[in-house]
Design a protein around this ligand. Structure first.
Ligand SMILES: *Cc1c(COP(=O)(O)O)cnc(C)c1O
Length: 220
């Protein structure tokens, strides 16, 4: 077994242990394997090992490798986890099954237009900038609940969850707790939180999906 496949199984085992530890149901947490910067040859062994849910942070990079992989494995579910520019909404709706990074009115409007035009409806998350970091994407926490409501009422978008990336240099726990509270207030069920360094913590705070890259594929 190659290193990457071994690391993949190790992450799966740690997720199962963290679910158990947190009193969560087995299988409650979806692993989104983050394959950005890795090519089809690196990704294929993980698909062969049974993984079907993947995350990419750039539309253009994903367009270069995923159409062929999705043809070969039609049950693959591809998540966009990076910032979305409104001029890429068309490509994003065409390729991704889940878009996790809605964070402003203009993107919501563009996505609604493309979903109607293409007749293809990816599942949608709102990204929250839980640390209010100026350089980071995501809606401000105090605006998140109203924004989810506007996505639904103004743009007709069904938001299924919230996503966050806590500040790199802080204890992530309070950020995960904040995201959980906001999701509850907004009436959405799913929480995308936790990366290679903190996914077990995120599971304890109620993550329904974790986005793990380097712990599976190695450093970028
Ligand atoms: C790259 C990335 C990840 C994965 O990060 P690792 O630390 O490699 O697990 C998760 N979420 C987002 C939004 C990313 O861009």
């Amino acid at each position: 077994m190659g290193d990457v496949v071994q690391q993949f199984f190790a992450v799966k085992a740690k997720i199962a242990a963290a679910e158990h530890e947190a009193g969560r149901q087995a299988g409650a947490v979806t692993l989104v394997a983050v394959s950005k910067t890795f090519d089809a040859a690196d990704i294929s062994p993980v698909i062969e090992a049974g993984q079907r849910v993947f995350g990419e942070n750039r539309v253009q990079e994903a367009q270069g490798k995923w159409p062929d992989l999705k043809d070969a494995f039609p049950d693959i579910e591809l998540h966009l986890i990076g910032p979305l520019q409104s001029n890429k909404a068309k490509e994003a709706v065409a390729l991704f099954d889940v878009i996790e990074t809605i964070d402003r009115e203009k993107i919501a409007a563009e996505l609604a237009k493309e979903i109607a035009r293409q007749g293809r409806a990816p599942r949608l998350y709102v990204q929250v900038n839980t640390g209010s970091e100026p350089q980071k994407a995501g809606i401000e926490p105090r605006e998140a609940v109203a924004f989810v409501a506007r996505c639904r009422d103004v743009h007709g978008l069904a938001i299924e969850g919230l996503m966050c990336i806590p500040p790199a240099d802080e204890n992530p726990g309070p950020h995960f707790a904040l995201l959980e509270k906001l999701a509850h207030e907004a009436g959405v069920a799913r929480l995308s939180m936790g990366m290679s360094g903190d996914y077990e913590t995120a599971i304890a705070f109620g993550a329904t999906s974790v986005r793990v890259g380097s712990a599976i594929f190695g450093s970028r």
